[in-house]
Design a protein around this ligand. Sequence first.
Ligand code: BES
Ligand code: ZN
Ligand code: ZN
Length: 478
Amino acid sequence: MKISIDEKHLYDINADVTVVFTLDTNELLHEGVLKELGFKATQDETCYISEFKTLYVGVEANEHDLFRCAAATAIKTLSKFNYASFKVAQGDVDNKEGIFNALVEGFILGSYKFETYKSEKSPSNLKEIIFSSKTLEDKTSEISILEEILVRAQILAIATNYTRELVNATPEDLFPLKLANIARDLAKENNLECKILDESELKNENMNAMLDVGRASRHESQLIHLIHKPKNPRAIVSLIGKGLTYDSGGLSLKPAASMVSMKLDKSGGCAVLGIMKAISELNLPIEVHGIIGAVENMIGGDAYKPDDVLTAKNGKTIEVRNTDAEGRLVLADCLCYAQEKVQADYIFDYATLTGACVVALGHYTTGLMGHSTKLKHSMSRSAFNTGELVGSLPFNRYLKKQLKSEVADISNISNKPYGGAITAAQFLDHFIEDENKEKWMHFDIAGPAYVESAWGYNPYGGSGAGVRMTVDWLSNIK
Ligand code: BES
Ligand code: ZN
Ligand code: ZN
């Protein structure tokens, strides 16, 4: 899809259709017809007036994320028609640039379709979107500013769609070695350094917790390490992703219904890949390490078992009481690896870690956990900037005690049923060195990473949760 900005007035731009986003129906060019057709401009309400080749889309309030949703609605509507191009004008609203950014993102996010496994694809005829740099009231925006926003918005939305596409791939098509090859391709394309550790190298690194989780799989576990390394970086950041290409639960097998969709369990790792793609294309002046534990959690004669005691990379012993709490075992080793290899200023991990986080916050919201209130606040701002939803879940020392084990240093599950998102994060905290406590933040994306009934600009399947807020946050490092 080609998206461009034209200095001409909307009416002088050549395109098949005009799209008008509007907060109300007053003073619109086709006010009379719209009223006749009962158009009220409620959020995502559409009205196409074929005679004037104009699509009206309602927006509830002047908030950028509502425009993102409306843009997705517009493009979904138009992709069913036979037109090749449409033009867009904005009203003279507050935060024009922010809304322009949201519209560009909304069009790209809204046009994403997952059709890899469909024998009949539904290609759209839409090829071109043209924005006018003049508002309907004839006020002109600085075109160079809009151009800059356009480039950035496209990079971010395309990286989000890239993450979605990876998450949606089936476990037979995307197992750990395949994910490693995808990371290699991304590295080649985007000039990143790339190291892949196979099982023998993981053994040399004493990453036995991660290896034990993947032992029953016919696919070898892989550690992926991508590096974006500009000269004189402003900061060094490590991003760690849970890359469970499938989570059957292991011997603590998931019930049949809960196993469906567990290809989603690589979403944290796929988000890290999407972030690496975006930050390298934006050429951010920060050194970023993307570290992904790619593993498949399966059953079989060689499976790790409840009652096993595993030894993580840092020497801590872990009593396994439930093999379905596998993500934290993989992340424990990856966090140790990250801290040993990289002296980072910030350490973030992304994981579809707990169903409890979905219970706590619902399906749309990422759980943010960590010791630094400052980090959680600044990430909340970035989430707001990009239309992602986050909620902070607080640690406390009583919950942490629930991870006590009678036989090892720590148990992999809590001995009480509630607060599972927090106790999972506190399990990870055992693998964060004292000097890194304030630098670390954990993103439980179990809620928003995979969409089972479409919401906003997210269709069924992978959503790309975590990508846009993190890139926004990284872009704001001074
Ligand atoms: N991958 C799951 C968490 C999950 C559940 C993600 C639902 C997305 C949707 C994770 O590995 C898991 O199974 N966690 C267990 C932990 C429990 C055994 C302590 C869970 O949440 O039930
Ligand atoms: Zn699990
Ligand atoms: Zn899992």
